[in-house]
Write a protein that binds this ligand. Structure first.
Ligand code: CA
Length: 233
């Protein structure tokens, strides 16, 4: 299997025709593709690392659902389930197993490739850093690391959560009450002022000048909003 410029995909599908056409479309789009025609082969191939798995639910030797659960035990790899079972509850069940998406057969290979790309963009975003204002502020979501102009900052878990919550919703005004809810998980009033104290500390770390913030702006009478400009990746 060629590694592929865009990543490695495993197709688990016993119907050769479907597997072949999916492979052709994915390879044409720049992916490296491995194919397993049953669960046993898939488990062997899964000793390698893949960027995404396309998994048929109806396999000859093992239930696709069981394979999905097995994969999820030690991997967060995106899984797109192929299913001929189109009943609504089957779809929901598929996603409940930890699959990220499903495609109902018969499907358009072009649409499947589009979904693969969408999932990989999302994974990349979540595992890489968010970057703002030309790299002045970088947040590594997985590692819980924040850098200001390249220098690592020490944020408390609450400060990190506030920063992430705001920066994921640029330009959206978040009330103190919403922040208390999302960040601290308290569902009652009276804790709003503690948010102010955390934001004050956070600003001292991430802003050059807290009076003229480049990232977290106070919206008087309402709350806060994130005003950093996201960098293109
Ligand atoms: Ca099948």
């Amino acid at each position: 299997m060629s590694p592929g410029k865009k990543g490695k995909i495993l197709i688990v599908e016993d119907e050769k025709k479907i597997a072949d056409i999916t492979r052709v479309y994915l390879e044409r789009d720049g992916f490296g593709v491995a194919h397993a025609e049953d669960g046993e082969t898939a488990i062997k191939l899964l000793k390698d690392k893949f960027d995404l798995i396309i998994l048929d639910l109806m396999l000859p030797d093992i239930q696709g659902e069981d394979l999905c659960t097995m994969i999820r035990k030690d991997s967060e790899v995106p899984i797109i389930v192929l299913t001929a079972k189109s009943a609504e509850e089957e779809r929901v069940k598929g996603l409940g197993l930890g699959a990220d998406d499903y495609v109902v057969k018969p499907f358009s290979p072009r649409e499947l490739v589009a979904r693969v790309n969408a999932h990989l963009r999302r994974t990349k975003k979540a595992s890489f850093s968010l970057s703002f204002n030309g790299g002045d502020l970088k947040i590594d979501v997985q590692k819980h690391e924040v850098r200001k102009k390249g220098e690592p900052l020490t944020l408390t878990p609450t400060e990190f959560k506030i920063l992430l919550t705001l920066s994921e919703r640029p330009e959206a005004v978040m009330t103190r009450y919403q922040l208390v809810n999302l960040v601290l998980g308290y569902d009652f009033e009276g804790y709003e002022r503690t948010i102010d104290a955390h934001v004050k500390n956070l600003r001292q770390k991430i802003e050059d000048n807290s009076r003229e913030p480049a990232f977290i702006k106070t919206v008087y009478g309402l709350g806060y909003k994130f005003i950093g400009r996201g960098d293109e990746d």
